[in-house]
Write a protein that binds this ligand. Structure first.
Ligand code: UDP
Length: 246
């Protein structure tokens, strides 16, 4: 057992974290940078499941606006997450972290199929489990996959790594006066105008099942290590807090 606050976490990493300086696709060095962060908490004995996105390669909703059938485009997006999962697996194993990829779309030549009890067993044996293909169903994103997997794998918390350090009252990239929340209720995360966290479906599932959510920047300082130790990083979303600015 680890001595950290959280023993088992679900880390949601967007596909863009693998893009590096490119406009599109996978930069192996960026994958290694993500792997290094994951390794730093794995070394502390934290059990880690990673849900990887696909936005660096393909997003269903954008492709459907350009004329591809929405469900087909979403399946293409899920395939993109499988490519990212393999890239992250490669980077983690190069960093001497044992891993397994499990996919919600059956693909036996490249990944195990998602089996809940098996995923838990892998984590108990010290393997980082990388979950590909989100939920395996179209019309949602990997955020919903992350919320679902956090619940069924009995994680202590869902951590969403983002490009900005937490949740703001408006887009901090566009508005320099945007303010960061230190804590946020799920109700406010869902209903407050201007606040964008993750899909409503994902938030609703986390809210109804009391799965706390932390949102922070993966590459800022030692954010991930501090987060698993219960440090005050990014924004903490729960049913048990009051909404407050940092
Ligand atoms: N996707 C899906 N169902 C899922 C997960 C993902 O249809 O359960 C598709 C969807 O088209 C999405 C794409 O896969 O746009 C890539 O995932 P996402 O946009 O969540 O990636 P991220 O933004 O996290 O990189």
């Amino acid at each position: 057992m680890s001595s950290t606050r959280f023993q088992r976490i679900l880390l949601k990493v967007g596909g863009e974290s693998l893009i590096g300086d490119r406009d599109y696709g996978i930069d192996p060095q960026a994958a290694l940078n993500v792997a290094e962060r994951i390794k730093s908490i794995h070394e502390k004995g934290v059990q880690v499941a990673v849900v990887i996105g696909g936005g660096n390669i393909f997003r269903g909703i954008s492709a459907s606006k350009n004329g591809i059938d929405r469900a087909t485009a979403d399946y293409m997006g899920m395939l993109a997450t499988v490519m990212n999962a393999l890239a992250l697996q490669d980077a983690l194993e190069k960093s001497n972290v044992e891993t397994r990829v499990q996919s919600a779309l059956v693909m036996p030549s490249v990944a195990e199929s998602f089996v809940r009890r098996r995923a838990i067993r892998h984590m108990e044996k010290g393997r980082v489990i990388i979950l590909a293909a989100g939920t395996g169903s179209p019309y949602v994103t990997t955020d919903t996959g992350a919320s679902l997997h956090a619940l069924e794998l009995q994680c202590d918390v869902l951590m969403k790594a983002t490009k900005v350090d937490g949740i703001f009252d408006k887009d901090p990239v566009k508005f320099p006066d945007a303010r960061r929340f230190k804590t946020l209720t799920f109700a406010d995360a869902i209903n407050m105008p201007g606040v964008e966290v993750m899909d409503t479906a994902a938030l609703a599932m986390s809210k109804e099942n009391n799965m706390p959510l932390m949102v922070f920047e993966l590459f800022k300082g030692n954010n991930l290590q501090e987060a698993v130790e219960g440090g005050d990083v990014g924004t903490y979303v729960s049913n048990d807090v009051e909404t407050a600015f940092a």
